[in-house]
Design a protein around this ligand. Structure first.
Ligand code: FA5
Length: 352
């Protein structure tokens, strides 16, 4: 082999090897390429081995060309390995990529519970008449649930509220605790904390140890109302509650007030709305009376006012306590109060 021949041969070999390297597209092909050119019996290795048999004057130039070719091939191999790795990584990511043009999975939308809706409607209607909204404890002292409401221990009126007692009393054992049977304890709590005039509504849960039926639950809500000022009369009570009924049920529903007894009001009344289902003729829902009672009310008893330090000769007031679920029965035409807390989505979704 002449010097020119050997050098040309090495250059041809280098170009051929680099051309083939360009089309190797995976690690297997790269390895085959490496063996073919740089392996123990590879083409360039053979050339390098043959250098020793060249005449001394040719060997230098041919050796330099062959070494340069080896460096070029090794570098080419490294670069190509890198390119293939990057291409593989990009292809992998493409496989996992999210197609943002696909329609998304629907996210189930929640909605407000019908009790929450009606409680908000009721509170809003009173708020627009100047009442503020406050809340109070669900576990209550006997003192507030009964005694401050003119229902001392042993008073037969305690039987009006079938009570769930809590296994806890104060230190001298005199004041038992209970799950509040109504929101009326908040009357005393609010008046103890503020001077007249007072105008509040109090939404919240109540608990009673009683059998359930289409209009009774053992756990339900009430919205208490209290207005105390100079010169408040029963006419203010009726006017306020008529306006409330007009806003919630519309002008066409009939409202009925009857005398009723609650130890903490004098006089006392209850307010009913004509039954939505039978239009007042009598049915299962209204227990054949044609009316559904939605609240008890009356003029705050002088003893209750005295008990919180208000002078009943100066101040008078009215109070009411209504059942929002009963209001919802009438407003939405629901036939059974037990549906509210049965966790049946078929029922609840109708209000979402
Ligand atoms: C009371 O609880 C009195 N605290 C209301 C009151 C307040 C009177 C202020 C005077 C002055 P009563 O037990 O009637 O009263 O309940 C009032 C309302 O709560 C009822 O009209 C009804 O709408 C609702 N309610 C009572 N018991 C239940 C029950 N078991 N399930 C669902 N709603 C009920």
């Amino acid at each position: 082999m002449s010097e020119a021949n050997t050098t040309d041969q090495v250059e041809d070999l280098q170009s051929k090897a680099l051309r083939e390297l360009k089309v190797a597209s995976d690690t297997e092909q790269l390895e085959a390429w490496r063996v073919a050119f740089l392996g123990r019996r590879g083409e360039l290795t053979q050339v390098l081995r043959g250098l020793g048999s060249l005449p001394a004057e040719e060997r230098r130039a041919a050796g330099a060309a062959a070494n340069a070719a080896r460096v070029a091939l090794e570098q080419g191999l490294e670069d190509r390995e890198q390119q293939i790795k990057q291409a593989d990584a990009a292809a992998g990511m493409a496989g996992e990529a999210i197609d943002v043009t696909l329609p998304g999975w629907p996210v189930p939308r929640g909605g407000l519970h019908p009790t929450t809706r009606i409680v908000r409607d009721i509170c809003n209607s009173f708020a627009s008449m100047g009442f503020s909204v406050v809340e109070g404890p669900e576990v209550e002292w006997d003192t507030y649930n009964f005694e401050k409401l003119n229902i001392p221990k042993g008073h037969p009126a305690r039987d009006m509220w079938a009570t769930l007692w809590v296994d806890h009393t104060d230190e001298d054992g005199d004041h038992p605790m209970l799950m509040r049977t109504h929101t009326s304890p908040m009357q005393a709590r609010v008046m103890e904390k503020s001077d007249p005039p007072v105008r509040v509504v109090v939404p919240g849960r109540c608990y009673r140890y009683e059998a359930t039926d289409p209009t009774h639950e053992w756990h339900f809500y009430q919205v208490e109302g209290l207005a105390v000022d100079r010169g408040i009369t029963l006419a203010d009570l009726k006017g306020t509650l008529y306006e409330f009924a007009r806003r919630i049920f519309g002008a066409e529903r009939k409202v009925r007030f009857r005398c009723d007894y609650f130890p903490f009001v004098e006089p006392g009344v209850d307010m009913s709305i004509d039954c939505f289902l039978c239009d007042g003729k009598g049915c299962r829902v209204c227990a054949d009376t044609g009316w559904i009672e939605i609240m008890g009310a009356g003029m705050v008893h002088p003893k209750v006012l005295e008990g919180v330090g208000y002078d009943p000769n100066i101040y008078t007031g009215f109070a009411f306590g209504m059942g929002p679920e009963r209001v919802a029965l009438l407003k939405y035409g629901i036939e059974d109060i037990r549906l509210f807390y049965a966790n049946d989505l078929r029922f609840l979704r109708q209000f979402a």
